[in-house]
Design a protein around this ligand. Structure first.
Ligand code: SF4
Length: 510
């Protein structure tokens, strides 16, 4: 059996977990709640389950408000006018844990810590895969946990270290020594400081910006530059891997590199799918990278050498993910680009469907072929990735059976996803990934087996070298682990080896 059904979750897209946004203003008569709202709205794509803010009010009190729901629902006008202060941080969350857990406010961020000696609020995007040992140690020291998240472990670790020094840069520096993982975090203190820290390999994006006017100066930190654009700010630069940036409402920006690594590991999926196209990450425009992904895909497509293949062909994106890559592919191939699938934009969250039948219905509700465009055509369908393959096979079927397409040639702008992610992306196990499982079962011919399973007439994936060239960062600046099985974190290599050996033994038995 090529597909293994996960009865709990049948998402067929990879999901980023969280977004962070922070702002300080030197005018204590100004409220940043509107900025927090706009910034988090621009980052909604990185987390849609819950949202929250912590605002520092005059007098040094931090107030936190958080709830399940979209940003527009959680931070409605009433809440924005009620929560008032000149410094604040915010967070959007996408939960991977069970429904009962993510609906509990204990799991929603920012995480506001307060006892009789210490107070701070933390917004965290990332994962510390092997946090149990830190948790155990903190438990032995008498720390009590109310959630089973790595975020709370980081909070308790920060709180323990902050008992020894009042210097927050020092606290973060010492904390980072224990955190092997992927993270971008921001911390708000009652003194009115925001500290932002990116892990030494730079898995997650994080950037800073400013808005200097005659009336006031504002400084921003955000998961993506599109959020700084949304508040009318000027993008300054990315926070470097291993760097702590201090935003002070009384001063401008200070920073220091605290941990250096001999390589980087920015998640390649930021460019393929996660990030908004209007963001710039580590100096690379996401939109331009996606167009180049399509161009490289076309350049390496052997079928395009055959004029007959091109005679009746149109290039159609899977909306919205395949759009930029389709433009690049169509231009490089010299073929017409056409919108052949209509997406219902008002269906939120249909990707979370607990069952195969419901998922099939969801695809049909969400996508409809435009018959006048695709009927009788050889459709070159561009998508960004194939995860389990269930949605893709549904789309191919829709185009052929409902849309009347003559053929569907599938082109994927990301190479086959063969290994699980342990760095904070909501990912199926290797066993559930169509390419991981097919590779175990069929070896070198696994792509042909995927093509048959999906029902496409031909199937071409991007290759890893072209993906790196299209992103235009060096290979040693990127994480490619889910495509190559080569994990940049030592603690993960062991986990991955254990999982792969389990999958291999299962494959042999089936
Ligand atoms: S394993 Fe894949 S999804 Fe996970 S961080 Fe690396 S590139 Fe991103």
């Amino acid at each position: 059996m090529l597909f293994k059904k996960n009865k709990l979750k049948m998402r067929d897209k990879l999901i980023e977990h969280c977004a962070v946004f922070g702002v300080t203003c030197d005018d204590i008569g100004y409220s940043v709640s509107q900025e927090l709202y706009k910034g988090l709205m621009a980052l909604q794509h990185r987390g849609q389950e819950s949202s929250g803010i912590s605002i520092l009010q005059t007098g040094g009190k931090i107030f936190t408000y958080k709830k399940t729901g979209l940003v527009s629902q959680v931070l409605n006008e009433k809440i924005r006018s009620h929560f008032w202060g000149n410094i604040g941080i915010g967070h959007n969350r996408y939960a991977t844990t069970g429904a009962s857990e993510f609906s509990s406010s204990d799991y929603i961020q920012p995480y506001h810590f307060k006892n009789n000696v210490l107070e701070f609020s933390l917004a965290f995007n990332g994962t510390i895969p092997v946090y149990d040992k830190i948790k155990q140690k903190l438990n032995e020291m008498g720390r009590v946990f109310i959630t089973n998240t790595d975020t709370e472990v980081i909070v308790q670790l920060l709180a323990s270290i902050a008992l020894e020094t009042e210097d927050w840069v020092e606290v973060l520096k010492r904390t980072s020594i224990y955190l092997e993982g992927s993270y971008s975090l921001i911390l708000l203190t009652p003194e009115g400081d925001i500290y932002a820290m990116r892990d030494p390999l730079g898995f997650k994006p994080l950037c800073i910006g400013e808005l200097i006017t005659e009336e006031r100066n504002l400084y921003y930190v955000a998961s993506e530059s599109c959020a700084i654009d949304a508040v009318g700010g000027l993008f300054l630069r990315d926070v470097k891997p291993g760097e702590i940036v201090h935003l002070s409402f009384q001063d401008d920006i200070h920073s220091e590199i605290i941990l250096k690594a001999d390589r980087g590991a920015l998640c390649q999926f930021e460019f393929v799918y996660f990030a908004r196209p209007d963001s710039v990450i580590d100096g690379v425009s996401v939109a331009e990278a996606r167009v180049r992904l399509g161009q490289y895909l076309a350049k390496a497509d052997p079928y395009l050498k055959d004029p007959k293949f091109k005679e009746n062909a149109i290039v159609v994106p899977v909306p919205d993910a395949g759009r930029s890559a389709s433009v690049g592919y169509a231009n490089a191939a010299g073929l017409p680009y056409a919108e052949g699938l209509m997406k219902n934009r008002y269906l939120w969250r249909t990707f979370i469907m607990p069952g195969q039948q419901k998922r099939k219905a969801a695809v049909q509700e969400k996508l409809n072929p435009i018959t006048s465009v695709v009927k009788g055509k050889d459709v070159i369908l561009i998508d960004d990735s194939i995860v389990r393959g269930t949605t893709t096979s549904q789309i191919v079927k829709l185009l052929k059976e409902k849309g009347g397409a003559n053929a569907v040639h599938l082109r994927i702008s990301c190479p086959p996803i063969i290994s699980a992610c342990y760095m904070g992306i909501d990912f199926p196990t290797r066993d559930e990934l169509i390419a991981g499982r097919a590779q175990n079962l069929f070896g070198e011919n696994f792509i042909e087996e995927i093509r048959k399973k999906i029902g496409a007439d031909t199937l071409i994936y991007q290759n890893v070298n072209d993906l790196v060239k299209a992103i235009s960062l060096r290979e040693d600046q990127l994480c490619l682990a889910c495509l190559t099985g080569d994990y940049p974190l030592k603690s993960i290599k062991n986990l991955a080896e254990i999982e792969n050996s389990i999958v291999n033994s299962r494959s042999l038995q089936q």
